[in-house]
Design a protein around this ligand. Structure first.
Ligand code: S3P
Ligand code: PEP
Length: 446
């Protein structure tokens, strides 16, 4: 057993949930249809928005059912380094954040964001509000992930941001001194997180912020941002075509905030129901959810499953034989690899389109899926912005995960669904990014 990657700084009890992982984990087939109610952890996207907005609000907020994993950890660690009063109680499942009404207490701080896109893209706009300077850096992969379009937009809104090393890449130096505001285009093709980050800091700009967002057709993650901001008392003006977003100067109101379960994490269990012809019910995640990744359930419906999305739960019942599907997953690409992992079990090919941005996430996910399905003996066509996956049996292989939690989680589903033991996951500990208890949750289904 080797201890999983350590993160320096304050612990928040997260090291405990991280636990120890083996270097490789063989996935034994489930051997029968799954039939379970599965509680998944709080949404990463909602947690990191709620924590940041709470820090910018005008008093003490309590965030309940937050995700305790690496990505929120990096945000909490940054907030503490910046001088915010933060207390986490993992047993009670809550984090208390002392907000300071848009003030950042300390300047001269180095923050480290790991490989957390939400932290890397949400923090710099907020840091622009503080006295500065701040350096923001991450793991080597984060230095390759897109950031330039956020920096360009921030500069147009009057923030002083520099590249500490290579132009267009992390690490950044945010000089601070406030955000002027005004109107700017924002290119979100590389990541919609640029738009979300700008929106959350926007109430504290000196003037109204108007964002003209470009590069994607749909913006479900921006919808989550707008919803969290609204619940903390700040409205975002949204044009009918969702292309223009306006935030007037204002203050977030501190509050108690409940985080809903993570829809992307739920996708693995829904997929397992689909591929084993079983049943999975996920409580707490339903039609009231703001998470676009719930659309994964609709894809399973198209593949032949019975899906019920109730007000406060989602249930998927599998079918005798899944049909392949052709689907544009641009708006919910975190579930792309979940679909890819069950696609070989379908009766017809599956085609995933419009997910080119997934090449710039934790790893190049299009290449990773093609390589690892290929290793398992599946015929895959890799395309610039998607994949075509042909049905076929899996042969034994050790799956490389490239440090990407979703590669590990998705391919484990394929291993559980296969009739014979075929999938071994290398570096399963990478799941600590968003779901430290994932393999334990799978074991509880046996
Ligand atoms: O705003 C968010 O919470 C997220 C946005 C998405 O990223 P991109 O917009 O970079 O695709 C998603 O992949 C990520 O896991 C979470
Ligand atoms: C793309 C992801 O994460 P990040 O927030 O680092 O972009 C993800 O969780 O699938």
């Amino acid at each position: 057993m080797k201890p999983v990657r350590g993160v320096p700084g304050i612990d928040f009890g997260i090291r405990e949930v991280r636990g120890d992982f083996p270097e490789e984990l063989e996935i034994s087939p489930l051997g029968r249809p799954v039939d379970a109610e599965v509680r998944v952890p709080g949404s990463k996207s909602v947690t990191n928005r709620a924590l940041l907005v709470a820090a910018l609000a005008d008093g003490v907020s309590v965030v309940r059912n937050p995700l305790f994993s690496d990505d929120p950890y990096y945000l909490l660690d940054a907030l503490v380094r910046l001088g915010f009063d933060v207390g986490a109680d993992r047993e009670a499942g809550e984090v208390r954040v002392g907000g300071l009404g848009g003030e950042i207490p300390r300047g001269g701080v180095e923050v480290f964001v790991g490989n957390a896109g939400t932290v890397a893209r949400f923090l710099p706009p907020a840091l622009a509000l503080g006295p500065g300077p701040y350096t923001v850096d991450g793991v080597p992969r984060m230095r390759e992930r897109p950031i330039r379009d956020l920096v360009d937009a921030l500069r147009r809104l009057g923030a002083a941001v520099d590249y500490a090393e290579d132009e267009g890449r992390f690490p950044l130096v945010v000089r601070g001194g406030g955000l002027e505001g005004g109107a700017t285009p924002v290119q979100g093709a590389g990541s919609s997180q640029f738009v979300s980050g700008l929106l959350m800091a926007a109430p504290y700009a000196r003037r109204t912020v108007n964002l003209d967002v470009q590069g994607r057709e749909k913006w479900p993650y921006v919808g989550i941002t707008v919803e969290v901001m609204r619940r903390f008392g700040v409205e975002v003006g949204v044009s009918e075509d969702l292309r223009s977003l306006a935030v007037e100067p204002g203050v977030y109101r501190a509050r108690a905030f409940e985080v809903e379960p993570d829809a992307s994490a739920a996708s693995y269990f829904m997929a397992l129901a689909a591929v084993t012809g079983g049943r999975v019910r996920v409580p707490g995640l339903g039609s009231r959810s703001s998470q676009g990744d719930l659309r994964f359930a609709e894809v399973l419906e198209t593949m032949g499953c019975e899906v019920e999305i109730e007000a406060d739960a989602v249930e998927v019942r599998g079918t005798e034989r899944l049909r392949g599907v052709e689907v544009d997953m641009n708006a919910f690409s975190d579930t792309m690899m979940t679909l890819a992992a069950i696609a070989p079990f379908a009766s017809t090919p599956t085609t995933i389109t419009n997910v080119g941005h997934a090449r710039h996430q934790e790893t190049d996910r299009i290449s990773a899926v093609a390589a690892e399905l290929g290793r398992l003996g599946v015929a895959v066509e890799e395309r610039p912005d998607g994949l075509k996956i042909l049905p076929g049996p899996l042969r034994p292989a050790v799956v490389e995960t490239y440090g990407d939690h979703r590669v590990a989680m998705a391919f484990a589903v394929a291993g559980l669904a296969s009739p014979d033991p075929v999938v071994t996951i290398r570096d399963p500990g990478c799941v600590t990014k968003t779901f430290p208890g994932y393999f334990g949750a799978l074991e509880s289904l046996r």
